[in-house]
Design a protein around this ligand. Structure first.
Ligand SMILES: NC(=O)c1ccc[n+]([C@@H]2O[C@H](COP(=O)([O-])OP(=O)(O)OC[C@H]3O[C@@H](n4cnc5c(N)ncnc54)[C@H](O)[C@@H]3O)[C@@H](O)[C@H]2O)c1
Length: 279
């Protein structure tokens, strides 16, 4: 299959890497040559790490990299069978990208968005052929985390959904099909649950370390909720909570006061060296 990836940022570079190691000719599109080169460097670096750790041979890395081409114009994706979009989380931008892909790509090409919180249906409405539009929601870091939510709108065709599902499965992922609803599966559950955990800190009078010990030892979580929010980033989690709260209106989805305070103090988690924990 020939695969296009629009945007080689955090998620796009990871998705392109999955496609390359899955054996596909992959075209990565960036807005400038400089960003495209940076995207290639990211992929090279991660593949290099896999070689160092003995997960792949250097010949396999070279073969994967040889399947990558770069483009700065969307027209470079005209011959792709599957295009996965991973540009900034802005509805108007994604709609513009999809309207153009719809004009450029063959009628049987599948167009997928990696949006976390936008409506796939609203993105698909920018095209003349919404039946070929689906969501493919990867998790960060995409080459490491197995889940891909394959998101179906009311108009998505079975062929589009099944082809994306099989593509992800062959690339070594664990895809799950779901409807186009706010937060899809994981964020719909995880965001309110993490916010419950933060509110329960004060209610139960426990420190983050104790909360994390409770949830790892009592609920079998692989990582405690406070450590997980630090890893996600307080700002990212607050933003995701606000977006989901705006759509579903349930109070427990709104970001807790404690997280808003941490955000305004610049305690954003691992990336700033301080969150619930010091790093
Ligand atoms: N980071 C995560 O944890 C995560 C997880 C799952 C899904 N997502 C989703 O993936 C998508 C990308 O997120 P990211 O974290 O990779 O962001 P990022 O900031 O790392 O990358 C953004 C990309 O958008 C491109 N871009 C910016 N302005 C553009 C424009 N005007 N036209 C075309 N391209 C433009 C950039 O060049 C870059 O390639 C978003 O929809 C996000 O919600 C992110």
């Amino acid at each position: 299959m020939r695969v296009g990836v629009v945007g080689l940022g955090t998620m796009g570079a990871g998705i392109a890497q999955i496609s390359l190691t899955g054996g596909h000719e992959t075209i990565g599109r960036e807005v400038s040559d400089e960003l495209a080169a940076r995207g290639r460097e990211t992929i090279e670096r991660y593949l290099g790490r896999n070689v160092e750790k003995g997960r792949m041979s250097s010949a396999e890395r070279d073969a994967a990299l040889a399947r990558l081409t770069l483009a700065t114009d969307l027209s470079g994706l005209a011959e792709c069978d599957l295009v996965i979009e991973a540009v900034l989380e802005e509805l108007e931008l994604k709609r513009e990208v999809f309207a153009e892909l719809d004009r450029i790509c063959r009628a049987d090409a599948i167009l997928a968005t990696n949006t976390s919180a936008l409506s796939v249906t609203s993105i698909a409405e920018a095209t003349a052929y919404p039946e070929r539009v689906i969501g493919m929601h990867f998790f960060n870091p995409a080459p490491v985390l197995p889940l891909v939510e394959i998101v179906r709108t009311a108009k998505s065709s079975d062929v589009a959904v099944d082809t994306a599902y099989e593509w992800a499965e062959r690339a070594g992922k664990q895809p799950v099909r779901c409807n186009d609803t706010p937060g899809f599966i994981v964020n719909r559950i995880l965001i309110p649950l993490l916010n419950d955990c933060v509110r329960a800190l004060a209610e139960t009078g426990v420190e983050p370390q104790e909360m994390d010990r409770a949830m790892t030892n009592g609920a079998g979580w692989p990582m405690g909720p406070c450590a997980l929010i630090d890893l996600i980033g307080i700002d990212i989690h607050v933003h995701a909570s606000e977006a989901l709260h705006a759509k579903l209106g349930e109070e427990r989805i709104a970001p807790p006061k404690r997280l808003l305070e941490m955000q305004s103090e610049g305690r954003l988690g691992r990336k700033t060296g301080r969150g619930f924990y010091e790093y």
